[in-house]
Each structure stands twice: as structure tokens, then as C-alpha cells.
Design a protein around this ligand. Sequence first.
Ligand code: URP
Ligand code: ZN
Ligand code: ZN
Length: 467
Amino acid sequence: MRTLIKGGTILTTENEFVADVLVDGEKIAAVGTGFPEDGVDKVIDAKGKYVMPGGIDQHVHYSFVYKGSKVRGFETTNACAVGGTTTVIEFVNQVKGKGLIESLEEYNKTDAEGIAMVDYAFHPVMTDPRPEVIEEIPKLAEAGYPTMKLFMAYKGQFFHADDEAIINALIKGKETGITVMVHAENGDMVDFLTKKLIAEGKTGAYYHCVSRPPIVEGEATSRAIYLAEMAGAPIYIVHVTCKEALQAIKEAQQKGLPVYGETCAHYLLFDESVLALPNEEGAKFVCSPALRPKEHQEVLWEALREGWLNAVSSDHCGFDWEYQKHLGMGEGCSFADIPNGAPSVQNRMNAIWTYGVCEGKISKQKFVEIMSYNPARNNGLTSKGCVAAGFDADIVVFDPDYEGVMGVESCLEGVDYSVYEGMKQKGRPETVLLRGKVIVEDAKYVGEKGDGKFIPGAPYCKAYENM
Ligand code: URP
Ligand code: ZN
Ligand code: ZN
């Protein structure tokens, strides 16, 4: 199958220019002008549209379980496609008693393969750091899993990791180029504040942010950086939300340490006031780290512009409000029982385009860099993230003139609410190709279950670049 995308403005991390894109099979064959149309099966008119690489969301949860509540799974990944995201990277918890690779392979067979509607990769999450599991870490590289994650937060949950587990992961991971990622919040501080607030009868959703203030994230971020420095390994800090954590990252980068980080769309667009919404609607916004006072948002935008943070993810977590998050507010419950995480994968790109690019906070080139190009490089997805010859034909034809409103009605995330409800949207993906196959046409999903496939990552990703 050969497809010609004609006359669009190609967006790269450096540039923009009008050109045609010739797709042959699953790959981009050429970018240029004057390609003959004979032998072409499909022509897509992209005049007046932007042509950009499919989004890569390097932080999603399709298997997360919080106190018994489970998120929606890969059967809802058509939401990614209509939002312009063609690859997602899922965090898969190691199952107690099983190995890291065994846990991932089993999860893939039962929950992702043949179901995913966009391409996917995995970050293994080490939950059971027995000596034989630590010894397994270097083998992740060969198996196509060049990253792994540990949770410094969530004390008392089976997936919480102590510093010893992180040190071991850093040292063993370095042997074969594995990038260790951490959720950086001090679990003991959160635990202490949570118990104190509950004892004082402060149980509503708003107290979620009081129980995990910025200092909790700042402490854990700088500790994680010290652990990485001691191990002589790079580290990637996921979902950075505040000045305190950024300060630690900046200082490390200024010292030349290989410290990298991302933020997420909701930390750029919402502040902690939404946690106090009436009728327990605040529960919709319970995610960790917590939303912050407004002044942190501008600092995060600046960190993206200046490169202190290199990606914007969704941290997508498809919990229902009514039957899952809201139930956490029932009799005898508190903010600590509300499943952590919010749905956001469908509108990650639309929201950052509307409130980032259209409001002049970031350029279109920066948009491509943080939504697609860098996430590909952070995770060793060497065939993705760029509209250029030889790359996978994961392409978004983006209509900048569309104006609409985001909300649950147009959402395919399979969840009963959207954090973006009623917010204006400028621009949208009109056509999306996944490895050459059109999966979105006229902004409607037209692909099939199983179109997405597992993409192994190569080790020694971006975090190792200057080592
Ligand atoms: O609240 C969140 N972020 N839930 C998902 C799990 C995590 O911490 O990344
Ligand atoms: Zn996390
Ligand atoms: Zn997460």
C-alpha cells in the first residue's frame, strides 16, 4: 500500500516546511515534492494542515490497580488514536513471585496483544526486589525493555520501593543501558501527613494535596538524584509537578549529571483548587503527585521551553468517577481511599496544542519534541517520532482551524468523566496513520482491534547520551 500525503506543512523539532510525504507499506519512503501519483493507492490532501509524527505517550496506565479498583485497559486505546497518539508505554507491575520479564510477557499475552489499537511498549515496575530479580535486570535490555520504574511513594502498597531497591536497580540497570525511572514522593512523609489529617477529621478530596505537598516531592527527587549519582547511573523522574523538584533537577543538570524528567498535561493546566470542587467532584482530580498551587504551572512551562524537562505525558488512568473514585469518598473513607490517577490520553495532544502552542507558551517545534520526538528517544523507540524517510509511518494530519470543546461525550477512554470537560479545543487530528494504515479519518476512529503491536525498545536511550 502506497499513500501520498500532499501539500501539508511538515513539523519537525527544528523546522516547518511545505512538502509531500510518500508512505510505502509501514514506512515513510520519502519527504519532498513532485512525487508521481501513479502507483499510489491513496492520496490525502493536507493543504492548510500540519503533518507531524504520531504522539508518543511514554506514561500510561492500562493495568494499574489501586486498593482493589482497576483502570480500563488496552480495549480503550482507540482513544489514543483519535487524540493523535500512535504509541503508548505502559507500566506493568511485576507479579509477586514472578520475574520481571515473565510478568510482562504474561500481561502482554492476556491484556495487550491483539487488543491494542495503537503501538505499545512497556516499562517493567519492580515490586519484589529479591536477589534473583535484581540479577534479572540486565536481561531487560535484550528483551526489548530498556526502562524500568520504581515507586518511592505509596508506602504500604505492594509496589512501594525502598532506597535499597532503587540503588540495586540503578547499579544493575547500568550494566546493560537500562534507564531507571522513579515516582519521586517521600512515602513516609505522605503516610505521616495522611494519618494526621484523617485523625483531625480532614478527609475530603482536597486534603489529598495537603497530605503530599511539594516538599514531599522535592525531597524524594533530590534523594533519587543522589542515589543515581552514587550509582553512577542516569535517572528519569516521572511526572514532575513543582518548583522544589525542578530545582533539584536543574542543579543536577548544571553539574552535568544525567538527570532527566517529564511533566504531565494536568500539572500544566490545572491547579489544586479543583480538588475542592463541590459534590465530591474534586475526587476526579485525585492523582499523585497532587495538583499544585497555580504558580508552579508557569515554572513547568518554562522548564519545557528551556529543556529542563523533556516530555509531556498523560499519566492516563482510566478510573470511573461514579463507581471507583467517588466510592472512595463513601462512609468511613477518606481522600486516601480514592483511586489515584486521572484519564487524559485522548486529549493530551489537543490540550497542549490549545493551551501551549496556541497561547504562545511553546512553539510548534517544541510541541513535536516533547510529545513525540523525545519520548521516542527516551525509550529507545528508534523507528518512531519523526516525519522523515525510513521512520515508521505514524503520522498525524492536524487541522489547526478546528474549534470545539473537550469532554466525556467525545471521549473514547471508556470512563464516565473527562478532566477537560467543557474546555475549549483548537485544532485536532483529522487523519492518523499507524505504520502506514489509516486508523483515523475525518477525526473518527476507523481502525481495528489488534492494529497496534509491541515495539521493543533499544537500550542506552537518551539518558545515556552524554555518559
Ligand atoms: O495518580 C497517579 N499518578 N496514578 C497512577 C500511578 C502513578 O503514580 O503513576
Ligand atoms: Zn507515579
Ligand atoms: Zn503514572
